[in-house]
Design a protein around this ligand. Sequence first.
Ligand code: PHE
Length: 349
Amino acid sequence: LKTHLLTAIEASAALDALEAVRVEALGKQGRVTQLLKTMGAMSPEERQANGPAIHGLREAVTNAIAARKAVLEQISLDAQLAGEALDMTLPVDVPAPGTVHPVSQVMDELAEIFADLGFAVATGPEIEDDWHNFGALNIPETHPARAMQDTFYIAQPEDSADAPMVLRTHTSPVQIRTMVEVARRHAGAGAPIRIIAPGRVYRSDWDATHTPMFHQVEGLVIDKGITLAHLKWTLETFLRAFFERDDVVLRLRPSYFPFTEPSAEVDVGFSIEKGKRVIGGDEGWMEVLGSGMVHPRVIAACGLDPAEWQGFAFGCGIDRLAMLKYGIDDLRPVFEADVRWLKHYGFAA
Ligand code: PHE
C-alpha cells in the first residue's frame, strides 16, 4: 500500500490529481484512515506490533503529499511567471517624437540675435482693443486695414457703444503697450526702449502665400537722437546674422504706414544658386519687412514727449523668414501639423 500511495503521489502531475490521492489515502474513507480505525479493535499486543507501521505509513504519506504539493506549486508559479514575462525582442510601437517647428526655431533664433543687440522680448494679447491695434497707431477710422475683409472682429452685443475687440492684425499694438507701460512707470519722463515682439497675428486671407493666422516680429527702439541710420544698421546686422551671410544687402524703399514717418519697405537682395533663390548678393530683390521712424503722434498717444524721444520700428513676417531660410515653398503646410512635413523641415527636439 505504501509503495502504491508513494508512487501515485510522485506521479501526480497537477494539484488536483495530488488532492485525489490525498483523499484516497487520508480522506474520511481513505485507505490509511481505514487502517488507523482498525487499531481500535486490536488487542494491545496487536496494536503494539502493527501501530508503528500504520502511524509510519500515515506520516510517510502526509510528508510525501506536502513535498509533492510544494513542487507542484512551484511548477505552476513558474508557468505563470513565464506566461507573464515581457518578450523584450518583440517590436514596439514607439510614439513618434516631436520636433521643433521651423516657426518656433526662427522665433528662438530672432530672440537670440536681438538679445545680442540688447533687445528684450515683449508680448501682448492676441485679442486687442481698437485703440491698441488701430487708434493709438494713428490708423484713421477710414483706413482700409480696418475694413471687414481684413480684420477679424469679435462679436459683441448689438447695443454696445464700444468699438469691437479684434484679433490683432499685426504685432504693432505691442509697441503701444510697451511705450504706455514705460510712460506709466516713469511718470511720463520716459526711458530708452529696445524690444522685439514675436507672435501670432490674424487677417482674413487664404491662399498659397496667405493664411488667416501668421506670425510677425515687431521691433521697437525708443531713445534720444535715434535716426534712420540706426534702423538700417540694426536691420542689416539682424538679417546678416539670421541668414548667416555677410553679403546680405538691403534696399529701403519709401513707403507709407500711418504709424511711421518716414516709412520704408525693406527689400533684401537674393541671388540664384543652383536654380534656387538664396538670400545674399543683389541679382534680385525681395520684400521682407516694413519699417520707419515712429510717428510723433504715436509717441505722444502713449504719453511720451516726442520732442524728447524718437525711435524706429519694424514689422517682419516670421513665416516668410522661415520659408526663405529653410527653403519651404508653400506657406499653408507650415500650419497643417502634418508629422511627415514636420519631420522633413523640423529640427531635432
Ligand atoms: N505693422 C506693419 C504691418 O503689419 C509693419 C510695420 C511695423 C511697419 C512697424 C512699420 C513699422 O504691415
